[in-house]
Design a protein around this ligand. Structure first.
Ligand SMILES: [Zn+2]
Length: 162
């Protein structure tokens, strides 16, 4: 599939990711995303593979996320959210704007975009800010709350200027 960057700004991508979580109603009261529910609503399935992670899209509403075996559940969540970023940013949006020229941004930008999407989907801004203050910025507690790695929580805090 295409990995051409959408060239949307990070802020736009983050808003888009959170809107996806909200529209499909997969956040609990703390802002934790239920990815299984989201995949089900989107028509996506997860399959384990011995190497690498990838996304196979049959069409909008039918796709498979391949993730490596033997990784942690939190790692899997980020990987799935990352591939959902590719799905929305580089397949759904790209399809809607098929005639649009994608002049800038190569594969690296597309990967960054998918990470920005994943980060915002898994750690919605308002709930993350609230939790950050609740936990005094403790990355481990934040990681526990949002079921991500402490490193991912630290990146999110930085991006939000906390
Ligand atoms: Zn990727």
């Amino acid at each position: 599939m295409s990995t051409k960057a959408s060239n949307l700004t990070n802020a736009t991508i983050a808003n888009y990711a959170e809107r996806v979580g909200q529209v499909y109603e997969v956040y609990d009261e703390d802002g934790r995303a239920d990815l299984d529910a989201l995949l089900k609503k989107l028509g996506g399935t997860v399959e384990y593979e011995s190497d690498g992670e990838s996304l196979h899209v049959d069409k909008v509403g039918r796709f498979t996320v391949f993730i490596p075996r033997f990784t942690s559940q939190r790692r899997d969540r980020f990987t799935i959210a990352h591939e959902l970023g590719h799905y929305f940013l580089h397949y759904v949006v790209a399809k809607e704007a098929a005639s649009k020229a994608f002049a800038r941004g190569g594969r690296n930008r597309a990967e960054t975009e998918a990470n920005v999407f994943a980060s915002a989907l898994l750690m919605p801004a308002n709930e993350f800010r609230r939790a950050f203050h609740e936990f005094g910025g403790d990355a481990w507690a934040l990681a526990e709350r949002f079921e991500v790695s402490p490193a991912a929580a630290e990146v999110r805090a930085q991006v939000l200027g906390l």
